[in-house]
Write a protein that binds this ligand. Sequence first.
Ligand code: NAP
Ligand code: GLV
Length: 308
Amino acid sequence: MTLLILRRGGGRNWSEALARAAPDLAFRVWPDTGPVAAIDSALVWNPPPGELKRLPNLKVIISMGAGVDHLLGDPALPPEVPIVRLVDPTLAEPMAESALLAVLRFHRQAFEYARLQAERRWEALPMTRTRDLTVGVLGLGAIGGDVAAKFLHLGFPVRGWSRTRRSLSGIQCFAGSEELLPFLAGCRVLVCVLPLTAETRDLLNARTLGALPRGAYFVNIARGALVVEEDLLALLDSGHLAGAALDVFHAEPLPETSRFWSLPNVVVTPHIAAITDAEACVHQVVDAVRRVRSGSPLFNLVERARGY
Ligand code: NAP
Ligand code: GLV
């Protein structure tokens, strides 16, 4: 029985981590699959559509990250094979840091002070109090819950939105599509940490982002396709949104021609809000493979019907 590491662009860090963590576990690195009948498990990121269907004895698919949209988009994905995703503090922590960095830059007027410095001007600007800047977090799961807790710890009022109602100490929780607009209306800052699913695709558009108060700041560290980019650009142009920090886009790498690169009120990063730490997460992978082989229950299973 063999584990296949399937990642476009190679999986060297994973093969090294696996060899160290479980020297007895046989694995192959795609495209060198060897006999496909021997492969019972696949550790995958962004596989070419149809590739997993070629593995007749596949028993588990493990996502190399938290998101699984890169898998569920494949119409030929083997329908009965369980999908496991990674849930780890080494994903949540950098995600929260990315959100904190983006929001604190906005809150503490880093852009304005950079301009003043360039002009050699010593000038103090009026400041918003932390307790007056409500941070809204879209998605209160493994990552969003941690993001929300960290903003709360810094003294920001925090509200969050999820599909089913959550109860999180100190956080005003909203749930379901009927509570989305009331949720948004109270956010001075919106941080998106939702999975990309059939329900959340294009969720952030002229209507929903337009429901944020004028001057709100938007942070997207989830997936680009949650946002209608033309609508976001129009809201940034009109000044309805003060700015945005964007880590994810419809097209990645972000094309050179994209306006996002050059807008003065937009910060672009190349999908690095969190990068899976193979060394830290390899034990989850080994555990999932061993569990499926021994017929034990799997952890962090994806519910295909809901898309996350
Ligand atoms: P998770 O634990 O599955 O949490 C997802 C959250 O979103 C849950 O609170 C869920 O609601 C909510 N949600 C899902 N569909 C919804 C809907 N239709 N309406 C309202 N709320 C909905 O996921 P996670 O581990 O926190 O990860 C979130 C996402 O972050 C990933 O899917 C991935 O796309 C993204 N990510 C990005 C990077 C990066 O570098 N940019 C890195 C890691 C992850 P319930 O609580 O009711 O289930
Ligand atoms: C990265 O984008 C992830 O989903 O882990």
